[in-house]
Design a protein around this ligand. Structure first.
Ligand SMILES: [Fe+2]
Length: 86
């Protein structure tokens, strides 16, 4: 696998991790608003954990002399397996 392809794949992973951060923070905000503080804290902690994954991927991209694309992935699509169940 060449360097450029590696950077592309790492950036796809960055997008997925950023999407996860957004989703966890979304639920954190709503759970806080609805008074479910212990669960809201759990979602916030998980979002911060996901940010750590972004950081690790970014470090690897920069090590490979690439540029980190800070763009969240789009909405997830149901897997082919799930689609069959519907
Ligand atoms: Fe992650």
């Amino acid at each position: 696998m060449n360097r450029t392809h590696s950077i592309e794949l790492l950036n796809v992973a960055v997008g997925d991790e950023l999407q996860a951060v957004h989703q966890y923070m979304y639920f954190h905000f709503h759970l806080t608003d609805q008074g479910f503080e212990p669960l809201a804290v759990l979602f916030k902690r998980t979002a911060i954990e996901e940010m750590g994954h972004v950081e690790a991927l970014a470090e690897r991209i920069l090590f490979l002399k690439g540029d980190v694309k800070m763009q969240a992935a789009g909405p997830s699509r149901p897997s082919p397996t799930l689609r069959r169940c519907w």
